[in-house]
Design a protein around this ligand. Structure first.
Ligand code: C2O
Length: 533
């Protein structure tokens, strides 16, 4: 080999490492009085903002997020714990964030630095509090890796093209949670949001009306909008008047471009869509009507105009701030999830028939009464109740057998390398989310079965008693929660925890080594008085 070509080869091999950066973020977690929908209330937010600031990083980058817990408001949780939704966290389970699964919460007046590594993940993610129902109080924000195989399909992709949707509540989360858990029938008494927000701005029918968010475009340009549903309960139907949406990414997974007119986005899900500014210069409605319930009737605490979740697509040169046309109904071709095809490695793990994997789990979930645990949600008749010692700490201390975990920890063991199939049976429209992985939606809510090139993502809705089937490969040792992303349901027990390759978590090439700051979290938290927890 000639020296010059050797140098080129060397340069190319070293390039990814050479470009990998360490990026530091400061998350000052504070209480602030905010009025996203015109109604002022105390919140729990990152750096005083709702939604929280953007984390942006590339493949291989190390992101250090210094969390400083400065929460003081005694009417909400004062400790905190942050989950980085969608990041695999290989050998990094201790930084995944769900309280009592992978860590003890961070006490007030304490700090903890989450070290995150994006590995090969590109696309759109988000972070949120994963302590009790704290994210309802505001602690949610976006994460983006802008690198993308579909780069040639759009011209603009920056902070101005983030569309962060989220429901918003006027009642503080601890009170909502208490009301929900006291209700005798948790299925029929949902605690419903007062408004739906777009980039932190919403409207109710009674409070002052903030200006609608505006997304400005130049005629002829192509925009990549990253739509994130950060809701605690609500899903949105998204449409832009007069413009089609070409989906190119689903929950961080690049997909073959798929054009639709509208899409439903469930809590936790993300879509990137390419929108061409190819219509006459004007203002157009961006619509995201909100649904917080599978089945009518609308309950009495629904104070919302759920149709009033709108923004403006503004062409440079158009007069006025809002469209003069009436707000149109949702129309045209909806997204059917089973039409989404991953761009690379689309096959589901395992063999192409039901049960064609190393390990099958059948999970049936329902709500109801239990003589021991009371009201709540259950998976296979067990209500998930978080342990006081985090699952990861138990695993690091040698727990590896189902009997090493309490019944209410609903912990399922899987082995290194297992192909895993999970069949989930229960009422429709519960968005199931798995930590530490994406999964193939072999059979989703549309009922289509596909082993060859099914959608791959990290949140998908249930489908009534026909059931859904997801598959993944156990290639990421750690304790990973699988839970309903309707937050109150999770709080009321709708979860299981996969203890994935527990012995490999402890030692060997995939082991997890949390370090002293993580070790200190539990003793500090456990010593807190109740009102600081
Ligand atoms: Cu958005 Cu348990 O996660």
């Amino acid at each position: 080999m000639q020296l010059s070509s050797l140098l080129v080869t060397l340069f190319i091999t070293l390039l990814p490492q050479a470009l990998a950066e360490t990026i530091n973020y400061n998350f000052n977690i504070v209480n602030a009085n905010l009025a996203p929908d015109g109604f002022s209330r105390s919140t729990v937010v990152v750096n005083g903002q709702f939604p929280g600031s953007l984390i942006s990083a590339n493949k291989g980058d190390t992101v250090n997020v210094l969390v400083q817990n400065n929460l003081t408001d005694p009417t909400m949780r004062r400790s905190t714990s942050i989950h980085w939704h969608g990041l695999f966290q290989a050998r990094n389970a201790h930084n995944d964030g769900p309280a009592f699964v992978t860590q003890c919460p961070i006490a007030p007046n304490h700090t903890y630095t989450y070290g995150l590594n994006l590995g090969n993940q590109t696309g759109t993610y988000w972070y949120h509090s994963h302590l009790s129902s704290q994210y309802l109080d505001g602690l949610r924000g976006p994460i983006v890796n802008p690198e993308d195989p579909n780069l040639g399909l759009y011209d603009v992709d920056d902070e101005s093209t983030l569309i962060i949707l989220g429901d918003w509540f006027h009642t503080l989360a601890p009170e909502l949670e208490a009301q929900y858990k006291l209700a005798t029938n948790t299925a029929s008494v949902e605690e419903l949001p007062q408004s739906g927000t777009i980039n932190g701005v919403g409207r109710t029918s009674t409070d002052p009306q903030p200006a609608r968010p505006t997304f400005t475009v130049n005629s002829g340009q192509r925009y990549r909008y990253r739509i994130i549903n950060t809701s605690a309960i609500a899903r949105f139907t998204f449409q832009i008047q007069g413009h089609s949406l070409t989906i190119i990414e689903v929950d961080g997974v690049a997909t073959a471009p798929l054009a639709v007119d509208n899409l439903i986005i469930h809590p936790g899900q993300r879509y990137s869509v390419v929108v061409q500014a190819n219509q006459p210069v004007d203002n157009y409605w961006i619509r995201a009507p909100m649904t917080a319930r599978a089945v009518p009737p609308v309950p009495p605490n629904w104070a919302t105009d759920s149709n009033n979740v709108n923004a403006v697509l503004h062409y440079v040169g158009a007069a006025g701030a809002e469209p003069t046309s009436e707000i149109p109904a949702i129309s045209g071709t909806p997204l059917v999830e089973s039409n989404l095809v991953p761009l690379t490695d689309p096959a589901a793990p395992g063999s192409p028939f039901p049960g064609g994997v190393d390990k099958v789990f059948n999970l049936t979930f329902k709500t109801g009464e239990d003589p021991v645990t009371g009201h709540g949600w259950r998976v296979n008749d067990v209500q998930y109740i978080p342990p006081t010692t985090p699952t990861l700490l138990k695993i690091l201390s040698g727990a590896h057998d189902p009997s090493d975990f309490g019944t209410n920890e609903n912990t399922l063991i899987i082995n290194r390398g297992d192909t895993v199939e999970v069949n989930i049976f229960g009422p429709r429209d519960h968005p199931w989310h798995l930590h530490g992985h994406t999964f193939s939606v072999v059979k989703g809510a549309s009922g289509v079965t596909n082993y060859v090139n099914p959608p791959r993502r990290d949140v998908t809705p249930s489908n009534g008693n026909g059931g859904i089937t997801i598959r993944f490969t156990a290639d990421n040792p750690g304790p990973w929660v699988l839970h309903c992303h309707i937050d109150m349901h999770f709080e009321a027990g709708l979860a299981v925890v996969f203890a994935e390759a527990p012995t490999e978590v402890v030692s060997g090439p995939d082991s997890v080594d949390p370090g002293d700051d993580w070790d200190a979290l539990c003793p500090i938290y456990n010593a807190l008085p109740l009102d600081e927890q």
